[in-house]
Design a protein around this ligand. Structure first.
Ligand code: 4NP
Length: 161
């Protein structure tokens, strides 16, 4: 079993999208039973809220339901309880590094390290943007999900079916 935590700023746009898309990618490939998947925000502003309506609608367009997810804030225990923590942008990973306990065992990455065709390692924050920005988030995250799953198989973290 591999545990993954997707992290953005508010946990209402990018990281719940990553949680839903990665889960759907695993399901399509018959690999979901090898994972525990969650998401969280570095900020606590939206704790307890569902994802942004625009994120829910955009994901629905790709047959992924985010409506049951609820925002929470990253906590110190996450660095012990998850194998991989996947940040959406540079400020997220900087915040995670600054709050990481000394003996953290989690691997910390930017998620777009696993999207070979992305020209930046940041998933742009769509919160003040439009529908096209939410579509771009989905495109970037969908490719990173495939790439990360391939990476976990290639490195022996999970078994391919
Ligand atoms: P997220 O987007 O980090 O992808 O969830 C944001 C959500 C809310 C805010 C900023 C970014 N905010 O300023 O409230």
């Amino acid at each position: 079993m591999v545990s993954l935590l997707f992290v953005c700023l508010g946990n209402i746009c990018r990281s719940p999208t990553a949680e839903g898309i990665f889960r759907a990618t695993c399901q399509h490939r018959g690999l979901l039973d090898q994972f525990r998947i969650d998401s969280a925000g570095t900020a606590g502003w939206h704790v307890g809220k569902p994802p942004d309506t625009r994120a829910i609608w955009a994901a629905r367009g790709r047959d992924v339901d985010l409506s049951m997810l609820r925002a929470r804030q990253v906590e110190a225990g996450d660095f012990e309880n998850f194998d991989f923590i996947l940040a959406m942008d540079e400020s997220n990973i900087e915040d995670l590094i600054s709050m990481r306990p000394q003996h953290s065992s989690a691997h910390l990455h930017r998620f777009l390290e696993f999207n070979q065709s992305a020209n930046s390692l940041d998933v742009p924050d769509p919160y003040y943007g439009g529908d096209e920005d939410f579509e771009l988030v989905l495109d970037l995250i969908t490719k990173a999900s495939e790439g990360f799953l391939d990476h976990l198989i290639a490195t022996g973290h999970i078994e391919s079916n």
